[in-house]
Design a protein around this ligand. Structure first.
Ligand code: GZL
Length: 317
């Protein structure tokens, strides 16, 4: 073969090889219900761009049926992998079976599903029970033996964080009969519903005078509740202690203003570990652990909330 032809075919093979590495990934995202969710979306898109991955993004607007339709569309497009942040824990078996049939690996982000773990490559997320337990243990430490009537804003009904963060908090306060959850209702992880439900709690609890603490499954509901507490003429962070989860910028702003007391961090960068696992799988079929755990860290007013706000405010929340 002439040298010129040999060179041309080598260049062609290289590009084919490179093109083969430009993977296409479908991402079925829950929606944009909270600052944390927005940050997860931002960071996932950034990670895909940095890695040369063609990301097909679908916002399900909190509806499981939209997520299932998006997954079916990704399968029809023949993507190389699917990222799924499952809005609720049940109802995924059939569509995950279809992805498996099509030999398309699925990686779960930040929430879990009840399906068998042979239906997904891996799940990237925090220990949601542990997060709730850290929040409960913080409250135990904060109130000591004092009577403490707690109201709870739950996350989306049927979602793994709502189920597990409730379980964890109850474990955290177990054995401390002076602390009691007196009201518990979903605020669906949003500020608006957090405010609305907190208004009903305040009304039902002597204008809020009988409430010692709020435990919110995410910071966005806590921020909405803080507004309601202030409108009721009470001081959040003092009259009613505020403990929540996510560590979004606005909870640090509230903390710096003395209006919130504790948050448990949840990293929004779930895509980094997900794409790392997929890279290894695409390269030589390496099978990751079924659960890749991200860290959870407690922050209180002693942890420079103003500085934490500044360091996080431009991360896409
Ligand atoms: C938890 C994640 C939750 C966040 C909320 O892993 O799924 O969903 O805590 C978001 O802010 O709505």
């Amino acid at each position: 073969m002439k040298l010129k032809t040999l060179l041309a075919s080598t260049v062609a093979m290289t590009f084919i090889g490179l093109a083969a590495q430009a993977q296409t990934v479908g991402f079925s995202q829950i929606g944009s219900e909270s600052g944390w969710r927005a940050a997860e979306t931002t960071l996932t898109k950034q990670q895909a761009e940095e890695r040369g991955i063609d990301l097909k993004f679908s916002d399900a607007q909190q509806k499981q049926e939209n997520q299932i339709a998006a997954i079916r569309s990704f399968i029809a497009q023949g993507v190389d992998a699917i990222l799924l942040a499952p809005v609720v824990a049940t109802g995924w078996d059939s569509v995950l079976e279809e992805a498996k049939e099509a030999e398309i690996p699925v990686v779960l982000l930040d929430r879990r599903v009840d399906s068998s773990d042979d239906l997904y490559l891996t799940a990237v997320g925090s220990d949601l029970v542990h997060e709730g337990k850290v929040a409960g243990e913080w409250l135990v430490n904060e109130v000591g033996d004092a009577e403490c009537r707690v109201v709870e804003l739950q996350g989306t009904t049927g979602s793994s964080p709502a189920i597990d963060r409730k379980t964890g908090f109850e474990e955290g306060i177990a054995g401390h009969d002076n602390i009691e959850i007196v009201r518990s209702q979903t605020g669906d992880f949003t500020r608006a519903q957090g405010k609305e439900v907190m208004e009903s709690f305040l009304q039902a609890e002597n204008g809020g005078k009988d409430i010692c603490a709020l435990y919110a499954h995410n910071d966005d509901m806590a921020v909405g509740a803080i507004q309601a507490i202030k409108e009721a003429g009470l001081k959040p962070g003092e009259d009613i202690l505020i403990v929540s989860i996510d560590a979004v910028p606005d909870i640090f702003k509230a903390m710096a203003d003395g209006e919130a007391n504790a948050t448990v961090e949840l990293t929004p960068n779930m895509a980094g570990p997900a794409f790392d696992a997929l890279d290894a799988y695409w390269k030589d079929g390496t099978m990751p652990e079924k659960f890749i755990q991200t860290e959870s860290k407690l922050y209180t007013p002693e942890d420079d909330p103003a500085g934490e706000y500044e360091s996080r405010k431009d991360l896409g929340y």
